[in-house]
Design a binder for this molecule. Structure first.
Ligand SMILES: Cc1cc2nc3c(=O)[nH]c(=O)nc-3n(C[C@H](O)[C@H](O)[C@H](O)COP(=O)(O)OP(=O)(O)OC[C@H]3O[C@@H](n4cnc5c(N)ncnc54)[C@H](O)[C@@H]3O)c2cc1C
Length: 312
């Protein structure tokens, strides 16, 4: 057990995983998250279609330890395998329910964006958007996308900031189309892609989903080229692009929305698990420290916690 105070910035899977392991080891952990809810790129949006996953729709792994963890989460009812492919996992009943369950009662400051950091002999102090100062904390885990980590760390940890700055994170546009009546696609859904659309996923009608939802994920190149477009234009363009690969036209959608991930996917060219300045108690975690996926986010958070625990 340790009463050492630890701050974690970011309530995505990496930050939550680090916070859970540290809390389980007896540390006094506080999480800081700029959004009003948890999940980051595993967030879900409440809409008239039901809860819609905005980022990853499902994920897979062949890592035995992560699989074991997923089985534990499955027993708690927090994840499930997809009916169409049980090797693909998703949050139950949606992604942000998973991260909310994982976060449990860990002390989390939502809507709290950390804008600057300072470090002295007492540890790390975190300055938020309202100029409130949190801390000091003996250790700090920064679990946010690489470009945001670069900006935050530049004044106080320029070397780590430089490493984060080497990561190119691709933007991704997502478009959700909701239909009150079920749509019957004639083609297999995994064949519905082209230069603009990378992936289409379908959520059927259910008690939780009053509309059948088609989620269109734009390709990296299309998303980059249309990064600053208006949402209405993105919805129109990706809907037209989907229509061009369908053998039969879709009815007009009853509900639509678009979501832009400015920092969607990316990773270090030489995957690691985390970056650290252990002497000053600073750890950088996140999917981008590995291969830019859900598994890497989990593993990175685990390793950050293990390093901190092993140094006590
Ligand atoms: C469209 C899309 C599809 C994807 N598909 C897949 C897939 O099929 N399979 C797969 O394995 N992975 C997929 N991914 C990737 C997966 O979602 C991520 O790898 C994973 O969720 C990243 O977790 P993380 O904790 O590292 O970062 P994030 O989820 O980005 O969490 C970082 C958190 O930090 C917060 N934050 C940032 N700056 C600050 C600050 N200054 N102060 C406070 N809080 C801050 C953010 O709000 C966010 O909540 C996809 C991602 C996207 C966007």
């Amino acid at each position: 057990m340790s009463s050492s105070k630890i701050a974690v910035i970011g309530a995505g899977l990496a930050g939550i995983t680090a916070a859970r392991s540290l809390t389980a080891a007896g540390y006094n952990v506080q999480v800081f998250e700029k959004s009003r809810g948890s999940g980051g790129r595993l967030a879900s949006k409440r809409s008239d279609m039901g809860r819609v996953n905005l980022g990853a729709q499902a994920f897979s792994t062949d890592d035995a330890q992560f699989l074991q963890e997923l089985e534990n989460w499955q027993q708690s009812g927090w994840v499930e395998g997809l009916a169409a492919d049980p090797t693909l996992w998703t949050g139950a009943p949606y992604m942000s329910a998973l991260t909310r369950n994982l976060l449990g009662h860990i002390n989390t400051h939502f809507a709290c964006e950390i804008r600057t950091l300072s470090h002295d002999d007492n540890g790390w102090s975190l300055h938020d958007q309202h100029q409130h100062v949190h801390g000091p904390f003996k250790q700090l885990v920064v679990a946010i996308p690489a470009p945001q980590a670069e900006t935050l760390l530049e004044p106080c940890a320029p070397e780590l900031a430089g490493q984060a700055g080497s990561v190119v994170m691709q933007p991704i546009w997502m478009v959700a189309l909701g239909f009150k009546q079920p749509v019957h696609l004639k083609q297999p859904i995994d064949q519905l892609h082209n230069d603009a659309i990378a992936q289409v996923t379908l959520t059927p009608l259910s008690d939780d989903h009053p509309m059948q939802t088609l989620m269109l994920r734009a390709t990296d190149s299309w998303s980059s080229a249309h990064l600053e477009n208006e949402r209405e234009q993105v919805i129109a363009d990706l809907s037209a692009s989907l229509a061009s690969v369908l053998s039969e036209p879709l009815p007009v959608a009853d509900s639509v929305f678009a979501h832009r991930w400015r920092y969607g996917l990316g990773a270090l060219t030489q995957p690691s698990t985390l970056l650290a300045d252990a002497q000053r108690g600073l750890y950088l975690a996140g999917d981008w420290c590995g291969t830019g996926d859900v598994y890497s986010a989990w593993r990175s958070g685990q390793h950050a916690a293990q390093q901190i625990i092993s140094q006590q």
